[in-house]
Each structure stands twice: as C-alpha cells, then as structure tokens.
Write a new protein. Structure first.
Length: 195
C-alpha cells in the first residue's frame, strides 16, 4: 500500500509572524509565558529560556516540551527572528503533522502543498482547484475590515484582488479547455458518421 505524504495545510503551523510582538520582548530579555493557537485550533503553551542561546520552549498537550533555538537576522530596517529546525535549517514556519512528535521544517517532514498535487489535464483536479480558490477568496472577503486606508488599498485588499484574478483566469481556462474538447469530440463523431 503506498504511503500518503502529508500536506502543509493538514499540519499544525508554528509561525514566526504570530510571535512577532513577543520577539521584541525576547530581545529585551523579558520573561514570557503565553498561549498560542495554531491554524488547526491546537493550543500551544510557550515560554522563553535564556542560556548561551535563546530558546523558545513550546509544549503541546500530552507531549514533551520542545526547545527551539531562535536566531536573529539583521536587516536594513531592523531584526527578523527565525526559528531553527533541529536539522539546522532556519525557517519562518515550523510544522507538526498529525503523527509528528515535534515541530520541524517542511523539508524534514517532506511536506508539500495541496496545489502541487493537482493534475492540469484532469477535469476533477481542475474543478477542485477552482473550488478551493473560490473558498479561499470568500474566506478572505469575510476577514477584511478596511479595504482602503489613507486613500490606498491595503495589502489584504490587494491580495483579494489577485485571488479574484487568479480564480477568473482558471475558470476561463477551464471553460476554454472544455469547449475545445467538445469541438474535437463533435468533429470526430461527425467524421465517423461520414465513413
């Protein structure tokens, strides 16, 4: 029986963007003890330990606490804090699949995105891709509070506009492909009737 590779969307994600406000306190060497909710709804307790390196300790229910090394990268406008995977890779996101024991990078768990699994020649896959895009678009529309700020569109409004364009292009390709298939099918049918 072939093994089913896990997807990124089905894994719990520890994202450095969610901890952005905490990283400033960590750089100031303050004590932190808080709860974080992942994309799947799992609650993660986390705190910081300062030794030779700065460790973010995360604890999931019914599992051992995991120590994650935090690394700072100096950018032109300040610092960016990344999470270091046990393999040594610096990542903004660490993942925990359903049967995983600790947070690791995408490459350690060999995770892939669901979008990469679609076959562009398969009608069912194309319809599923279109449906997922429309669902994502409707979710984004519900989340947006302010589409324009200071006379300019916000980042979220721009991303929704890109999604709308992407969904429209996929829909047009799908319609065009079906029309071409129908034309070829009718042509073959008429040709077979002639002979």
């Amino acid at each position: 029986m072939p093994s089913i590779k896990p997807f990124v969307e089905d894994s719990a994600i520890l994202d450095s963007k969610q901890l952005k406000s905490e990283f400033y306190k960590i750089r100031q060497k303050e004590e932190i003890n808080n709860v974080l909710r992942t994309n799947l709804g799992t609650e993660i307790w986390y705190w910081v330990e300062y030794e030779a390196d700065t460790f973010l300790v995360v604890a999931l229910p019914n599992k051992e606490p995991q120590m994650i090394v935090l690394t700072n990268i100096m950018l032109r406008y300040g610092y960016r804090t990344l999470l270091r995977c046990p393999c040594g890779y610096r990542a903004a996101k660490l993942y925990l699949p359903h049967k995983g024991e600790e947070f690791k990078c995408r490459y350690c768990y060999n995770l892939r995105y669901k979008v990469s699994n679609y076959n562009k020649f398969n009608r069912v896959d194309q319809l599923e891709k279109e449906l997922n895009l429309n669902n994502k678009l409707s979710d984004e529309l519900l989340k947006i509070n302010r589409p324009i700020y200071n006379g300019l569109p916000t980042k979220r409004a721009i991303s929704i506009a890109k999604l709308k364009y992407k969904a429209r292009v996929i829909n047009e390709r799908h319609i065009k492909r079906n029309m071409n298939r129908e034309i070829i099918y009718n042509w073959k049918r008429q040709r077979s009737q002639c002979f």
